[in-house]
Design a protein around this ligand. Structure first.
Ligand code: SF4
Length: 352
């Protein structure tokens, strides 16, 4: 089989320029990495940067060093460790998949079998299959999508471009080093073929690159016109009794499922504000803003103090937590910001 010059050139570059990441083996390493470590990293890296995911990955590994250990973990502990990474469905799927793998007795080793696990989509299955099991899968993340769309000047707008991008890349995946090849392209996209001002003069693929030859790499990938995210609003209730604050746990399914939260109204584009009971309420002057994948939320916060503890608020069972314990409860970012806004108003120094 003739040597593929694209894979040859990118692999040579990778040998000198690979990023050192805690979940990776160095280029050319003959020992396959532990699929559990690769999988954990890939799930964390969905929607999260390498810099942000790194400390979480190390903490998870320290606490649950094997997939069997993770399978036995308490759900609330895992959600607490995940707090701050966002997109909490990933953590719930992670646990469900760990339990399925542990029950099956072995990590699935093919792209097709990996796809059967909760939370593992096309990209993640291909990445684990290539990196941990040496399967010549075609791995395409956002970085690789950009590199390949430029390399072959693919004019179809995303997301329809995914199929031609995959078809263009597949013949170049080397059978002997598919994991290194995928990681090399990821690194090239992260460090050289960047979204703006790609460094074509330093790029090992410039002799093969159609966009470079045409002088218009910035034109790729072609994106479909953006749709604006709808805006929603809601109201959280900060209810104090002595030194304690009322908390609820969100329903297990849906946004921020299973996470600790402040009680409050629903979230909707025209959500009317209302209070759960009569009291003296004070609304913070500025709502907390938070972007979810499909909408922007502005969460106002109404505060009050009550004389008698309640067991439930607006039909939700509540627990009471001391203010000093707030940093340890694993609030998702939205509620951590809301709590910080309240505590900043009262000039309390609680590090969140
Ligand atoms: S030559 Fe430029 S546009 Fe082409 S792959 Fe390299 S960095 Fe990207």
């Amino acid at each position: 089989m003739p040597v593929d010059s694209i894979s040859r050139d990118i692999l040579r570059w990778y040998e000198k320029n690979a990023r050192a990441l805690p979940w990776r083996h160095p280029p050319g390493c003959t020992q396959a990495p532990d699929p559990y470590r690769v999988w954990l990293a890939e799930i964390m890296l969905q929607q999260t940067t390498v810099a942000a995911a790194g400390p979480y990955w190390l903490r998870f590994l320290g606490r649950w060093p094997t997939v069997q250990a993770l399978a036995k973990a308490d759900d609330a502990d895992v959600m607490r460790e995940w707090a701050g990474l966002g997109y909490y469905a990933r953590a719930r799927n992670l646990l469900a998949a760990a339990r399925a793998i542990s029950a099956a007795g072995a990590f699935p080793s093919t792209e097709a079998d990996l796809r059967q696990l909760p939370g593992i989509g096309a990209y993640t299955a291909a990445a684990i299959a290539a990196i941990a099991f040496g399967e010549p899968a075609t791995v395409i993340d956002a970085n690789i999508e950009r590199v390949v769309s430029r390399l072959f000047a693919i004019a179809t707008p995303l997301p329809a471009a995914k199929a031609p991008i995959s078809a263009a890349l597949a013949p170049h995946v080397p059978r002997d080093r598919p994991g290194d090849f995928a990681q090399a392209l990821m690194d090239l996209g992260a460090t050289t073929c960047t979204p703006r001002n790609p460094r074509c003069l330093a790029c090992p693929l410039s002799p093969h690159c159609a966009a470079h030859a045409n002088g218009n790499p910035d034109a790729y990938p072609v994106k479909a016109a953006k749709r604006l995210r709808p805006k929603k609003q809601g109201l959280a209730w900060w209810i104090e009794h002595g030194d304690d604050i009322a908390l609820i746990r969100r329903p297990p399914r849906g946004l921020l499922g299973g996470m600790p939260a402040l009680p409050g109204t629903g979230w909707a584009t025209d959500q009317p504000f209302h209070m759960p009971f009569e009291a003296e309420w004070r609304i913070l002057p500025e709502p907390v803003s938070h972007g979810f994948t499909h909408f922007e939320l502005r969460l106002s916060v109404a505060c009050t103090t009550i004389a008698h503890r309640m067991a439930e608020i607006a039909g939700n069972p509540v627990s009471w937590i001391s203010r000093k314990d707030i940093p340890a409860i694993g609030f998702p970012t939205l509620y951590a910001r809301a709590a910080k806004a309240v505590l900043d108003q009262s000039h309390e120094q609680v590090i969140l």
